[in-house]
Design a protein around this ligand. Structure first.
Ligand code: GLN
Length: 264
C-alpha cells in the first residue's frame, strides 16, 4: 500500500512539474517520471533552434517567417515539452558550433548523422531519411556517378555531407564549395561547375525553380536526418527523443513529411 501511495505521489509530482514546465528554468521532459529528469534550456521556457533557412522543403523563408519540415517538427516538439520555439538562421557551417557552445538548444537543418559530428554533438533519434543526389544540366554527358571522375567540377554546399563525400571521392581540386546550395545550383546553370551534389528534396526544389537541369537517377548516398543537441544536455536529448517518439507514434511526423514531400 505504501508503495502504491508513493508511486501516486511521484506521479502527482511529475504531473505538476509538467504543468508548470513552461515558466520554469528547468522543464520536466515529456516522459520524465521524476524531477531529476528535468532539463534546462538556454532561455527558460524557450527552445532555441539553429538552422540554415535555404534548404527547402526542410527550412526556407516565407516572407520573414522560417517555415518547412524542420520548423514544423520543432514547433510540435516545443508544444509537447511546453516550450516556446525560437528559430535562428545561420550558416550551415555554424550550427554545430552554436549547439556545442550552448548558444542555442538544438539544431535542425536536414542534418545528417555522421560519425564525425557525433564526436562533437549528440543526435536525437532520426526523423527522416535523406539522399545525396547529383544535379546536372539537361544536356550533360554525365550519366552516372562514375562520369564525375572524368575531370569534372562539382559544386557543393560548404561542410555538408555532399561536400565531405565529394572531397573524399574526387579530391579538393574537383570540388567548389558555396555557402548556400542555391549558389552551387546557380554555378551549375552558368557553367562554372558540371554537377552539384546536394540532398534530394532541396535538389528537386532547385531543379523545379531553374530551367535546364535534371537529377541523375542513381543516388550518391543515403543518410539519416536528426536533431543535434549539446553533449552537455543529455536531459534535453532524452526529452526530445521522448517527444519525438510520441509524435512518430501518433503520425504527426509522417503528416508533416507528407505535407512537404510528394510520394513520387
Ligand atoms: N544533409 C546534409 C548535411 O547534413 C545537408 C544539410 C543542409 O545543407 N542543410 O550535411
Amino acid at each position: 500500500m505504501k508503495k502504491v501511495l508513493s508511486l501516486l505521489a511521484v506521479l502527482a509530482l511529475s504531473v505538476s512539474l509538467c504543468a508548470c514546465g513552461a515558466s520554469g528554468a528547468a522543464n520536466a521532459g515529456g516522459d520524465a517520471p521524476k524531477g531529476e529528469e528535468a532539463f534546462k534550456t538556454v532561455e527558460a521556457g524557450k527552445l532555441i533552434m539553429a538552422t540554415n533557412a535555404y534548404f527547402p522543403p526542410y527550412e526556407y523563408y516565407d516572407g520573414s517567417d522560417i517555415v518547412g519540415i524542420d520548423a514544423e517538427i520543432v514547433k510540435a516538439l516545443g508544444d509537447k515539452l511546453g516550450l516556446e520555439v525560437k528559430i535562428e538562421d545561420m550558416e550551415f557551417d555554424s550550427i554545430i558550433a552554436a549547439v556545442q557552445s550552448g548558444k542555442v538548444d538544438i539544431g535542425l537543418a536536414g542534418m545528417t548523422v555522421t560519425e564525425e559530428r557525433l564526436q562533437t554533438v549528440n543526435f536525437s533519434d532520426s526523423y527522416a531519411k535523406g539522399i545525396q543526389s547529383i544535379i546536372v544540366r539537361e544536356d550533360s554527358d554525365i550519366k552516372s556517378i562514375d562520369d564525375l571522375s572524368n575531370d569534372k567540377m562539382i559544386g557543393v554546399q560548404l561542410s555538408t555531407t555532399g561536400d565531405i563525400y565529394a572531397t573524399d571521392d574526387f579530391g579538393t581540386d574537383h570540388v567548389t564549395q558555396y555557402s548556400k546550395g542555391a549558389d552551387a545550383v546557380l554555378a551549375l546553370t552558368t557553367g562554372k561547375v558540371d554537377a552539384v551534389i546536394i540532398d534530394n528534396e532541396p535538389a528537386k526544389n532547385f531543379v523545379e525553380a531553374n530551367e535546364g537541369l535534371k537529377i541523375l537517377e542513381t543516388p550518391y548516398a543515403e543518410e539519416d536526418y536528426a536533431a543535434c543537441i549539446s553533449k552537455d544536455n543529455e536531459a534535453l536529448l532524452k526529452a526530445i527523443n521522448g517527444a519525438l517518439k510520441e509524435l512518430t507514434d501518433d503520425g504527426t511526423i509522417k503528416g508533416i513529411l507528407d505535407k512537404y514531400i510528394s510520394a513520387d
